[in-house]
Design a protein around this ligand. Structure first.
Ligand code: CP3
Length: 342
């Protein structure tokens, strides 16, 4: 029996440590690159057969314990009519960035069955073909989505979005609430179609001070996770460079927190307490190196987790395009072998 990912999220005995990788479908795979020569990223998301094929590839090749829907955090934004494109090696770029209160009307409520039926169809098809392997549905966190909408694209310093937060906190709050509603509807639809766990990628929330996170983001996240609780599937809250925010992230109401490699897992657990599962946190750059180094890194992560109930092995962020696929396969086998219960 493979380790039980859903049990681990609930800190129940899981028969070993489950493993999956953020961005486990992507450019490091020759098969994905072949599909990308025929379809753009967003086309893959909109074609359920192709989306299913791409989602299942890493499950079959790597023997991971969970699948994650192939999609992008920008999909529900496009579905409500936001004009954006995804630029190769850059990321999402918005034609007309949000600037103030008059832009709030551009975020109408998402009706998944009408605005993005392809997402539901893909989730249904993937769930059928997966058999028993759990499927993770996902969405971007409201702050991370807001950062793209307000900055107009990827950012290093987040000056515009922070400027809006400080200068017009009322509009900022309304923007996050509208994005939280979008996220909830997008996630609820995925669960209804068959997703059995949910992850919120709030990748850029670590750019905030603990004060600003607590004041401007935490209340929105608490409300969102309270709504998600009614869906009765386990939830994961992930961000990059969040070491200084972990005690507050533990208050959002997620079952598990995803952490990057900049913190020791034992320290992360000390900060969030024992009532959470933790997902992470191998440095994805390490996977580009020779296997003996990778193996030592994997063993260090497992040692830091110390077989606590509720460890889900993952990278600290997504798989990098230059990663040799064989290293990922060997990581899965190593984690399973080391943590298998006698
Ligand atoms: O994990 C998986 O296998 C699902 C795939 C997935 C994609 N986007 C597909 C994708 C996931 C989980 C996402 C989420 C996402 N998208 C996030 C949060 C996770 C994170 O990385 O922090 C963010 C910030 C985005 C926005 C975005 N979309 C970025 C920054 C990029 C990279 C641009 C580039 O070319 O490097 C994208 C494009 C994107 N989304 C790719 C993939 C596989 C790049 C490859 C391609 O164009 O085919």
């Amino acid at each position: 029996m493979p380790p039980n990912f859903l049990a681990a999220l609930r800190r129940k005995p899981a028969g070993g440590t489950p493993v999956w990788f953020m961005r486990q479908a992507g450019r490091y795979q020759p098969e994905y690159r072949a599909v990308r020569r025929r379809h753009s990223l967003l086309e893959i998301c909109r074609l359920p057969d192709v989306c299913t094929e791409v989602t299942l590839l890493p499950v079959h090749q790597l023997d991971v314990d969970a699948a994650i829907l192939f999609s992008d955090i920008t999909v529900p934004l496009l579905a409500v009519g936001i004009d954006l494109r995804i630029e190769e090696n850059v990321g999402p770029v918005i034609q007309e960035p949000f600037q103030g209160p008059s832009d709030l009307a551009r975020l109408r409520p998402l009706v998944p069955e009408e605005d993005e039926p392809f997402v539901l169809e893909a989730v249904r098809q993937i769930s059928r073909e997966l058999g028993g392997t759990p499927l993770i549905g996902f969405a971007g966190g409201p702050f991370t989505l807001a950062s793209y909408l307000v900055e107009g694209g990827p950012s290093r310093q987040y000056l515009r979005v922070k400027g809006l937060m400080w200068e017009d906190p009322e509009t900022f709050r309304k923007l996050l609430e509208a994005l939280s509603d979008l996220t909830y509807r997008h996630l609820a639809a995925q669960v209804e179609a068959g997703a059995s766990a949910l992850q919120i990628f709030d990748s850029w929330v670590g750019s905030l001070t603990p004060y600003d996170f607590g004041r401007h983001v935490l209340p929105v996240m608490q409300r969102l996770f309270a709504q998600l609780r009614s869906l009765s599937v386990p939830t994961i809250y992930f961000g990059v460079e969040t070491s200084g925010l972990l005690p507050q992230m533990a208050e959002v109401g997620a079952d598990a927190l995803g952490v990057d490699w900049r913190i020791d897992l034992a320290e992360a657990w000390r900060l969030v307490g024992t009532r959470h599962a933790i997902q992470g946190n191998l440095d994805p750059a390490l996977l580009l190196g020779p296997w003996p180094e990778v193996e030592r890194g994997v063993r260090r992560v497992l040692a830091a987790a110390n077989a606590r109930p509720g460890h889900i092995f993952n990278l600290g962020h997504g798989v990098l395009p230059k990663t040799p696929p064989d290293n990922l396969r060997r990581v899965v086998d190593l984690v399973h072998a080391v943590t298998a219960e006698a």
